[in-house]
Write a protein that binds this ligand. Structure first.
Ligand code: NAP
Length: 234
């Protein structure tokens, strides 16, 4: 993702001043105020155990950030305090695809419709490439969180497949003895995530506080029409 974002950023009007990989940024050591001077926003797509350190160090450097890494959400309150303490802005999401944000809403609406028909059991299945470290995906967890209030206490089993090169597929199914109804989002490539992350990067410049991508999207600013900013990528 880091490479996809760094590749797309110049086409979207950003200047990529710095790109840090694991070799340069073990335990966040590459994030130092001196190197981050003049950088408006950092973008983190790394791994779950790197996120909090990266956020702390970006906060200390006074740099706003976008976090696309998943699997760290049990530490969200810690991150919230760091962001508030340093007065920086941060946008995070398990899925920066705009289509997935709409899919969440569609899933919730479907769950409300099916709630009155108890013969249908809801379930979630997600598939990703074999290199993805966390399972279930952050997107599946978020989908479940959104849908759960509508299913009237029924269990929503979540299952995962890790195989090959699948960019990301999420299904919300409703299964009865007679048939299955499926609401599905299929990512065709990683560009959709990169577009959304860059949208969030532009949006978060000058903001203070912790925001979800859904909140950033609600503002409805066109990513491609806004002025350019310099970005750092991790
Ligand atoms: N929110 C979204 O829309 C979205 C979309 C796609 C993916 N993701 C999430 O984003 C994360 C990355 O996904 P990916 O597919 O790009 O994974 P990936 O191919 O494994 O890439 C992650 C990269 O981050 C590097 N890295 C690890 N720790 C680092 C650190 N402290 N500083 C700098 N670089 C570090 C890794 O280096 P090594 O290879 O040397 O370990 C690796 O090159 C995952 O959590 C994934 O679930 C989110």
């Amino acid at each position: 993702m880091g490479r996809v974002i760094a590749g797309l950023a110049p086409q979207r009007g950003f200047e990529v001043k710095l790109a840090l990989d694991i070799d340069e940024n073990q335990n966040g050591q590459g994030i130092i105020a001196e190197r981050f001077r003049g950088i408006d926003v950092a973008v983190d797509f790394t791994q779950p155990d790197a996120v909090v350190e990266n956020v702390e160090r970006c906060a200390a450097a006074g740099c706003n950030l976008v976090v696309g890494t998943t699997g760290w959400y049990e530490r969200i309150e810690e991150v919230r305090k760091v962001v508030a303490g340093a007065s920086i802005g941060m946008v995070y999401a398990a899925n920066f695809s705009i289509g997935v944000q709409l899919f969440y809403r569609l899933g919730r609406a479907a769950a409300e419709i099916f709630a009155d028909f108890p013969m249908y059991q809801p379930y979630i299945h997600e598939s990703h490439h074999r290199m993805k470290m966390d399972a279930p995906s952050g997107t599946a967890i978020e989908l479940k969180r959104r849908v759960e209030p509508a299913v009237k206490g029924r269990e929503i089993p979540v299952s995962s497949t890790r195989a090959g090169f699948i960019p990301g597929t999420h299904e919300l199914g409703f299964d009865s003895e007679a048939d299955t109804v499926i609401v599905r989002h299929t990512a065709r490539s990683r560009q959709g995530f990169a577009e959304g992350a860059l949208y969030a990067a532009r949006w978060v410049v000058g903001k203070k506080g912790l925001f979800t991508f859904a909140e950033a999207l609600e503002e409805g600013i066109s990513a491609t029409n806004a002025p350019s900013h310099r970005a750092g990528a991790m």
